[in-house]
Ligand binder design. Structure first.
Ligand SMILES: [Zn+2]
Length: 357
């Protein structure tokens, strides 16, 4: 892997939707040496720009005029993670929650969490019903869950406020040929973007964007898309995608397969990438011998869905990192898929001249 420590730091950083300070700090530090300019916009999106190579052209009078490449590319990966917001503190000191992003409530029982208050963080656990007293047919949703702080009602009310945010408290780990942890959707994509930025020698001006609030509707990317600042000829977003090559799932329902390489997206619920961009990315992967797979998903969205409207219609592609156990504390990504994602993005931004709009 290009930089395991960076991936682990990104996974461990606590940054639920709208409160991305920790991952933003990691991103800024890691991206800064690889770009010419780094800025953070009012929503919290981080944008690192690499100026394209200078081009020189001759005027009619024979003078040589220096200019920079006028091709512009926006690359994006989202740094928010799904989390929770406190809606109520019960008289007994338990916290009730609202979702920030799409959770399967069934997997949240017995999870350690971190509560982010104005005065710092508190450890908590989401309670679980013992097998002895559990009703077998009980299907849960988020309203059935409560965070136990080990505090009585008065202490909890003093230390926690409605509107405080809550994140899973899980550290990343190696898992065979994979890594596992929380927030690999989409810190794995952020990681791949930064690793590619370090390696690539772009033939265009590239804006590497670590976006916010993707999990509630591609909102950070929408701010970039509707702003006046960039006028890209091409956008490429990187995101985690569904991977279900596990027992009990039929092959046609697996979407992607761990270890089969970077996904080149054909479709998801938010976007149908431009066929010519799909063909161009595929040709680069084949030319460079980068493992890749076709991704067709129907129940996931990605920042490309907002960015393809940037200042009008823009040629758009999306690269997907297969992430098993999506939106859980044990999201799992394969090292070789991560490597392939880095390699394909680095090659693509170095060869944009081959793609003409
Ligand atoms: Zn995602």
């Amino acid at each position: 892997m290009h930089d395991r420590d960076l991936l682990f730091a990104l996974s461990a950083a606590q940054g639920p939707v709208g409160y991305e300070d920790e991952p933003r700090t990691v991103v800024r530090e890691a991206l800064e040496p690889a770009v010419d300019r780094l800025e953070t916009d009012a929503m919290g999106n981080v944008i690192g720009t690499v100026e394209g190579p200078s081009t020189s052209s001759r005027t009619q009078s024979g003078d040589t005029v220096e200019g920079s490449s006028d091709r512009e590319v926006v690359v994006a990966a989202h740094m928010d993670e799904i989390g929770f917001m406190v809606t109520r503190i019960t008289n007994d000191g338990f916290l009730q929650l609202d979702s920030l992003g799409g959770w399967n409530a069934q997997i949240l029982r017995a999870q350690p969490v971190t509560v982010h208050t104005a005065d710092g963080t508190l450890p908590g656990v989401i309670g679980a019903e013992p097998a002895h007293t559990r009703d077998e047919d009980d299907l849960e949703d988020i309203d059935d869950l409560a965070v136990d702080l080990g505090l009585d009602g008065d202490d909890a009310a003093e230390r926690v406020s409605v509107g405080d945010v809550v994140t899973l408290d899980t550290q990343p780990r190696e898992l065979g040929n994979c890594v596992t942890g929380k927030a690999l959707d989409d810190r794995a994509g952020v990681y791949a973007m930064i690793a590619a930025a370090r390696e690539a020698e772009p033939d265009a001006t590239v804006h590497y964007c670590a976006t916010v609030q993707e999990e509630v509707g591609l909102r950070g990317a929408r701010a970039i898309a509707t702003g006046e600042e960039f006028d890209p000829d091409l956008v490429i977003a990187l995101d985690g995608t569904l991977e279900r090559s596990v027992p009990g799932v039929a092959p046609e329902d697996r979407i992607t397969t761990l270890g089969d390489g970077v996904g080149i997206k054909r479709k998801d619920a938010s976007v149908i990438p431009s066929p010519d961009v799909v063909a161009w990315l595929t040709a680069i992967a084949e030319d460079k011998g980068i493992e890749h797979q076709r991704e067709v998903a129907w129940n996931i969205g990605t920042d490309t869905g907002s960015l393809q409207f940037e200042g009008g219609a823009v040629a758009s592609g999306a690269l997907s990192v297969p992430v098993r156990y999506h939106h859980s504390p044990v999201e799992t990504a394969h090292r070789e898929d991560l490597n392939a994602t880095v390699d394909l993005l680095a090659a693509a931004v170095s060869r944009t001249a081959e793609f003409s709009t």
